[in-house]
Design a protein around this ligand. Structure first.
Ligand code: ADP
Ligand code: UVW
Ligand code: MG
Length: 374
C-alpha cells in the first residue's frame, strides 16, 4: 500500500544539546510530554549516534506497533544540483559533504544524523529535503552576484535558505488570505536564523540569504549582510584569517554582538539596557529595508507573513516592522497583533498581514512520503 500521511503527527520531539548534554523531549498526540537525558560520551559523531539509538529505543518502547519505514532529513545546502528532495545514498552524501563550508553551522550536523541512521537502520530509505531547493524557481538575475563569469559558472551564486518553511507557509496561505496568496507576497522567517522571501503565485522570486546563510537580515549570532570591505579590512589590518572571520560573522555578531547581552529575542525584549534596545531596533530596521527591496522584486506587496519563533511570538518586532513599512500600505491592528491572531492587518490596511506557525518537520514528512510513495 502507498504510505499515507496523517494530518497530525503521532509524536513530535527533539534532541537538544548535542555537543553538550543531549536531552530527548517528545510530545504525543494527546499532549503528554516526555523528557529524558541521553547517555553518551565522545564527540559529535558519537553523540549523534547515541542520541538516535536512544530515540529509536524510546520509540519502540512507547509504540511497540510502530514500524519505521523511512527517515526524512532537513539538509540545509543542496547546491545547484539538488532542486528537489532526493534519496540519500552514500554517493549523494559525499556530494553533500562539499557544501559543509557553505553552511558550517548546519550541514555537518545534518549529514551526521543521516549517517547515524544509516548505521543504525541500514534497511530503511532516507530522504534529504533541502532549504535551498524552493528558491530554484527564481529568475537567474535574482540568483546572480556581479562577479566574473567563471566564478558564477562554478556555482558562486545566491542559493537562499529556509525553503522548507517558505514552502509550508506558501501552501497554507490561500486558506488564510484567499486569492491574494497568488499575488506579491513576502514571508519573513524570523528565528535564530532569519531570512525573508518574495513570492509570486506561491513561487520564490527573491530572498535575503545568498551563497550562505549569513547574508541578509540581522540574526541571533550572525551578522547578516556586510560590506565585503569590512572582511578585507579585518584580514589586512587585524590579521584575521578565515577561521576567525567565520567565528565573527556566524557566532559573535547579530543580536548577540550588538547587544553584548544575548542572542535571544525574548531576553532582549525584556531587558532595559539601551544596548538591547539598539539590537532589536537594528533587527527591525533591517527587516523593513529588505521588505522594500523584496517588494521591488515581487512588483508590489499584497501580503506580508510573519513566521519562525520571533515572527510568531514577538509582537513588538511585528509592530515596529509595520510602523516602518506604513509607506508600503502595511497597517496592523494593535489588539490583534498583541493577541497573535492569524490575521493582524487593520481593516484599512492595503496589505494583508498574517502570523502563521511554520512546520518544517511536517514539510519533510510530506516530501518523504511523496518521493517514496511515488
Ligand atoms: N514569546 C516570545 N517572544 C519573543 N521572542 C520569542 C518568543 N518565543 C521565542 N522567541 C524567539 O524566537 C527565536 C528562536 O526562534 P526559532 O524559530 O524557535 O529558532 P530556530 O531558528 O533555532 O528554529 C529566539 O530568538 C527566541 O527568543
Ligand atoms: C538556514 C538557517 O539559517 O537555518 P536556521 O534558521 O535553522 O539556523
Ligand atoms: Mg527553525
Amino acid at each position: 500500500a502507498e504510505p499515507q500521511l496523517a494530518d497530525t503527527p503521532a509524536l513530535s520531539g527533539q534532541v537538544e544539546g548535542i555537543g553538550a548534554t543531549p536531552e530527548l523531549t517528545a510530545r504525543d498526540a494527546s499532549g503528554e510530554r516526555f523528557q529524558e537525558p541521553v547517555t553518551t560520551a565522545g564527540g559529535q559523531t558519537e553523540q549523534h549516534r547515541d542520541s538516535l539509538t536512544h530515540l529509536f529505543r524510546w520509540l519502540t518502547a512507547h509504540n511497540p506497533d510502530l514500524e519505521i519505514v523511512a527517515a526524512g532529513h532537513r539538509v540545509v545546502h543542496g547546491g545547484e544540483r539538488y532542486s528537489a528532495p532526493v534519496r540519500l545514498t552514500e554517493a549523494v552524501l559525499q556530494e553533500l559533504d562539499h557544501f559543509v563550508p557553505l553552511a558550517p553551522l548546519h550541514q555537518p550536523h545534518n549529514l551526521r544524523a543521516v549517517r547515524a541512521v544509516a548505521a543504525l537502520l541500514p534497511e530503511i530509505p532516507q530522504v534529504g529535503c533541502f532549504d535551498t531547493a524552493f528558491h530554484r524557481t527564481q529568475p537567474p538575475l535574482a540568483q546572480a552576484f556581479a562577479l566574473p563569469r567563471a566564478l558564477s559558472a562554478e556555482g558562486v551564486k545566491r542559493y537562499g535558505f529556509h525553503g522548507l518553511s517558505y514552502d509550508y507557509v506558501a501552501r497554507s496561505l490561500p486558506g488564510v488570505i484567499g486569492e491574494r496568496a497568488h499575488g506579491a507576497v513576502v514571508i519573513a522567517h524570523l528565528g535564530n536564523g532569519s531570512s525573508m522571501c518574495a513570492l509570486r503565485d506561491g513561487k520564490s522570486v527573491a530572498t535575503t540569504m545568498g551563497f550562505t546563510a549569513v547574508e541578509g537580515l540581522v540574526m541571533g549570532t550572525r551578522s547578516g549582510s556586510l560590506d565585503p570591505g569590512v572582511l578585507l579590512y579585518l584580514m589586512d589590518q587585524k590579521g584575521m584569517d578565515a577561521k576567525a572571520l567565520t567565528r565573527l560573522v556566524y557566532k559573535e555578531s547579530g543580536l548577540l554582538g550588538v547587544s553584548g547581552i544575548s542572542q535571544d529575542m525574548r531576553t532582549l525584549l525584556a531587558s532595559a539596557a539601551p544596548e538591547a534596545r539598539e539590537a532589536v531596533d537594528l533587527y527591525c530596521y533591517r527587516i523593513a529595508r529588505e521588505l522594500g527591496s523584496l517588494a521591488a522584486a515581487a512588483g508590489g506587496l499584497d501580503a506580508l507573513v510573519f513566521t519562525g519563533g520571533i515572527g510568531e511570538h514577538a509582537a513588538p518586532v511585528r509592530e515596529k516592522v509595520a510602523e516602518l513599512s506604513a509607506w508600503l500600505g502595511v497597517k496592523i491592528d494593535p489588539a490583534a497583533n498583541a493577541a497573535h491572531t492569524t490575521r493582524i492587518d487593520s481593516a484599512d490596511s492595503k496589505v494583508a498581514v498574517a502570523v502563521m506557525p511554520t512546520n518544517e518537520e511536517g514539510m519533510i514528512a510530506r516530501y518523504t512520503v511523496e518521493l517514496l510513495g511515488g
